[in-house]
Design a protein around this ligand. Sequence first.
Ligand SMILES: [Cu+2]
Length: 131
Amino acid sequence: MAMLVALGPLALLQVVPAQTLVVEILADKDSRYKIAGQDKPEITARAGQQILLRITARKAKSWNRDGSIHGFALLHAKDRTKVPGWDLLLRPGTQEFLMTAPLDPGDYEVVCTVICSEEHEGMHMKFVVLP
Ligand SMILES: [Cu+2]
């Protein structure tokens, strides 16, 4: 321990394993993503950080034939292309997904991929990846 302190904060960062970010999200029946304590829900993660998404989904007015009631897909904000591996379909209730944040820092957008109501187009939120 004395040695770590002597090496300074930079060395400590490399020794301590990166923490998993836990994010609890409500995909609500009014076709909106919600995060407790946030007026405008937004996720901020570090590049490549492990993220545990705990998502509770509540049925809106319509859903997919496969039973999914909302989606959770990640797009590059710049060109709206999908981020591979980030195209989740949500069933009613609470599900957990262990994800890895994109390696490229920048702005992303979470969008719903299920036509869940006439408010579906407004179902999105910001996702920021820090270096
Ligand atoms: Cu939706």
